[in-house]
Ligand binder design. Structure first.
Ligand SMILES: Nc1ncnc2c1ncn2[C@@H]1O[C@H](COP(=O)(O)OP(=O)(O)O)[C@@H](O)[C@H]1O
Ligand SMILES: [Mg+2]
Length: 248
């Protein structure tokens, strides 16, 4: 489905160079769910943005469905079936929830109400709500997830979908990501949550802009636990708390 070849990404500001991604090579297979995890600032969202075409990589290639799409922009990638639910969703003054769902949906049989219901929001209550700051952080996050469900692209990227979502909705979120996954599509979930990491086929650990672990969930999860405990032992006064729950 997607192959990243030696992806590098640098940002330049005040003549300083900041390497955010370095030599990232990952193959994402059709039919699988992937978790992309790692400490804050390790480059997870930047990698998602490279896949979506928001950032142009400074090195490497993005191959999607056998074609080199490195030079293509967001609109063309979206047309070809790549979709991204932002970590920090944008608010669109003047648009309603119903409008964004209508813009997103790819198939005419995908009713506007369905993705809202799947994510636990009552369509009666939300379809006419404006997409502005009157929405709470959790509501806007759930609408972002619903928009990607409505789009139902061949490659879905959810960027920390659990952020700001209450416990009950979180259970529903994990369930809906798993049940809406298609065997002819791929899903990438950027997350720190054990429940999400436990439902995926493969886990990728990103640290300092490089892949430090990648393998099946069974293989990688025990190692992540171990390695993150080490990270915490260095920096966290709690000693053994894995960084995923660490307040740092
Ligand atoms: N547009 C940008 N300009 C400059 N630096 C950026 C930009 N976006 C992200 N970064 C930097 O890249 C690094 C990785 O950020 P990010 O990909 O958001 O990490 P993560 O999602 O893993 O928390 C951070 O040091 C961040 O400050
Ligand atoms: Mg991020």
């Amino acid at each position: 489905m997607l192959e990243l070849k030696e992806i590098g990404l640098k940002f330049f500001s005040d003549e300083k160079e900041n390497t955010v991604l370095d030599g990232i090579s990952i193959t994402f297979e059709t039919g699988k769910i992937y978790a992309l995890t790692g400490p804050n600032g390790s480059g997870k969202s930047s990698l998602a943005r490279v896949i979506m075409g928001i950032h142009r990589p400074t090195a490497g290639q993005v191959i999607y469905k056998g074609a080199d799409i490195t030079a293509l922009g967001i609109a063309e990638r979206s047309r070809r079936g790549i979709g991204y639910a932002f970590q920090h969703p944008a608010r669109f003054k003047g648009l309603r929830v119903a409008d964004i769902l209508e813009i997103a949906r790819r198939r005419s049989d995908n009713h506007q109400c369905q993705p809202l219901q799947q994510i636990g929001l009552c369509p009666d209550e939300y379809l006419d709500r404006p997409l502005d700051s009157s929405l709470s952080g959790g509501e806007s996050k759930r609408i972002e997830v619903a928009t990607l469900l409505a789009q139902d692209p061949d490659l879905r990227i959810f960027d920390e979908p659990e952020a700001g979502i209450d416990l009950w909705s979180f259970e529903q979120l994990v369930e809906v990501i798993s049940t809406t996954h298609r065997s002819d599509a791929s899903t990438i979930v950027i997350s720190h949550q054990e429940k999400i990491l436990n439902m995926v086929d493969e886990i990728i650990l990103l640290e300092d802009g490089a892949v430090t672990l990648h393998g099946s969930r069974e293989e990688v999860w025990p190692l992540i636990d171990e390695s993150t405990r080490c990270i915490c032992r260095r920096d966290c006064p709690k000693g053994v708390t894995p960084y995923v729950d660490c307040p740092r």
